[in-house]
Design a protein around this ligand. Structure first.
Ligand code: SF4
Ligand code: SF4
Ligand code: SF4
Length: 477
């Protein structure tokens, strides 16, 4: 897939991010210097570059390699694009005898390969599960993107989106009046369909919970079905919540471009709003990489989150939140409401391999499945080597959910689609439940290319939304 590079960022996208608008004059020297800086800053990067023994265990574990058969999409080969430059400038052998140790200059050809293949990695970490040394190619990809941004070679889609979050508050650039209008519309929808006055409050000071959802939940299908599900859960449990127009985005593309600064700045909006609105809890909606950033970094980026109620996890995933209420008897679910579905579950890779959920190890696998089983009568898992920590990425993560990479996205979805088709045939599965906004968008677009209807895709809270019994409050919380 050497021909498939993303659109480069233009000066109008790059400069507001603090990156050079176009490739800097001495870009080779600057790029090598930046690599040197990152080697000192992230000790893991140096370790990952040093310890690969070329055992080959990771070669056929990447969905992009399986879908494209391009050797540069083997994780070991992808990382070699950086390792060969590292050897050239940072090892004695590479400095003296580059040809003998396969060390290469950071030249035009190398940069083109970096731009192409470090944008054919969704940072899903599947390769790291199979590497005997735990080498995380996702971190190498993040570092490569950080270096490229530093020399003015950015990725249009990702930097454009980050710009919208800084300016407007969310990835889709939804202004407050539009957000308010949508939430009011959804309240009417729920009232019409259930007869219950379920609220979706905006900028409500003093609410118990600040709900931070991916902005796709406000406008896209099937995402919006999950948003209505979250609202019904809050309503039925009698827990007040609010959405924030200032921090109206859970997603954090700062991670995708390897930028600590942008990741921190995006996450800061959320923490500021939690303080300003004086909420007690922070709950994150169905978004894979958002949960990775929230779970792993919110506390250290802008924390500590010690101003929140210490009785609850901070932050908490919406699945964990709903699951806890179910266990405490605060919700009733009618499984028959989903009897038209035979359901399977796609473990979103960012949740599966980079986070946890709930107090027990493996909660990120079991909690969403428990919720699905509580919401429907027919659930079946896909093949064992495609679920839990071995799950395949949907093919659109890591900032690759952009039209110019559609061919790659279709091919990258192949391993997941193959496993899905198997349960569709063997168990008549007709619904794949997800807990990631990007997975939902990606599968809705690429499944039809494999002859599968986009209706097969939906959120875990879409099932909860269908099954939840609204009525007299049980007053558990
Ligand atoms: S992190 Fe995922 S996408 Fe990247 S090389 Fe590894 S398996 Fe492939
Ligand atoms: S599995 Fe690990 S050590 Fe083996 S080739 Fe891949 S990255 Fe290198
Ligand atoms: S979109 Fe979903 S499956 Fe793909 S990288 Fe993100 S969490 Fe993983």
């Amino acid at each position: 897939m050497a021909h498939l590079a993303p659109y480069p960022g233009m000066p109008k996208h790059m400069e507001p991010m603090g990156f050079p608008g176009e490739r800097v004059e001495n870009w080779q020297q600057k790029g090598v210097e930046k690599l040197g800086e990152l080697l000192k800053k992230y000790r893991s990067l140096q370790v990952y570059l040093d310890i690969c023994v070329k055992c080959g265990a990771c070669t056929d574990k990447c969905h992009y390699y399986l879908g494209t058969q391009d050797a540069n999409n083997m994780p070991v080969q992808r990382a070699e694009l950086m390792r060969s430059v590292y050897r050239r400038y940072f090892t004695p052998a590479g400095k003296m005898f580059p040809g003998l140790v396969n060390a290469v200059d950071f030249d035009e050809e190398t940069l083109q390969k970096w731009f192409t293949y470090f944008h054919q990695c969704s940072q899903c970490r599947r390769c790291s599960v199979f590497c005997p040394f735990g080498i995380d190619t996702a971190e190498i990809t993040m570092a490569a993107r950080e270096i490229m941004n530093a020399i003015g070679v950015g990725h249009k889609y990702s930097v454009e989106i980050i710009g919208k979050v800084h300016q407007i508050g969310n990835n889709l650039g939804i202004p407050k009046p539009a957000l308010k209008g949508t939430l009011e519309f959804l309240e009417e929808e729920i009232l019409d369909s259930t007869g219950h006055d379920v609220r979706l409050p905006l900028d409500q000071p003093g609410a118990d919970v600040l709900l931070v959802a991916p902005s796709a939940d406000f406008f896209s299908e099937p995402h919006i079905q999950s948003l209505m599900g979250y609202a019904k859960v809050f309503h039925q449990a009698g827990i007040s919540f609010t959405i924030s127009s200032y921090a109206s985005e859970a997603a954090n593309f700062g991670m995708f471009i390897g930028s600590y600064e942008h990741q921190k700045k995006i996450a800061k909006r959320v923490v500021e709003q939690a303080r300003d609105l004086k909420v007690k809890r922070l709950v994150v909606g169905e978004c894979g990489h958002a949960w990775r950033v929230a779970y792993s970094f919110w506390n250290t980026l802008n924390g500590p989150l010690d101003f929140l109620d210490p009785r609850y996890p901070a932050p908490q995933h919406i699945c964990e939140f709903t699951h806890d209420l179910l266990q405490r008897g605060a919700l009733s679910l009618d499984k028959e409401a989903n009897d038209n579905y035979r359901v399977t579950f796609h473990d979103s890779c960012n949740v599966a391999r980079a986070t946890r959920m709930g107090p027990k190890a493996g909660g990120q696998f079991e909690i969403p499945r428990d919720l699905i089983r509580a919401s429907c009568n027919h659930f079946v898992d896909m093949d064992e080597d495609t679920i839990h920590e071995k799950t395949f990425c949907c093919g659109g993560g890591g900032g690759l959910l952009t039209d110019e990479l559609m061919d790659l996205r279709i091919r990258g979805a192949l391993p997941r689609v193959t496993a899905l088709k198997r349960v569709m045939e063997s168990d008549k599965v007709n619904f794949m439940a997800l807990i990631c906004a990007i997975c939902k968008a990606q599968f809705s677009k690429v499944l039809p290319m494999y002859g599968i209807s986009m209706d097969v895709v939906g959120g875990v809270h879409q099932l909860v939304s269908n099954a939840i019994q609204l009525g007299a409050k049980k007053g558990v919380v």
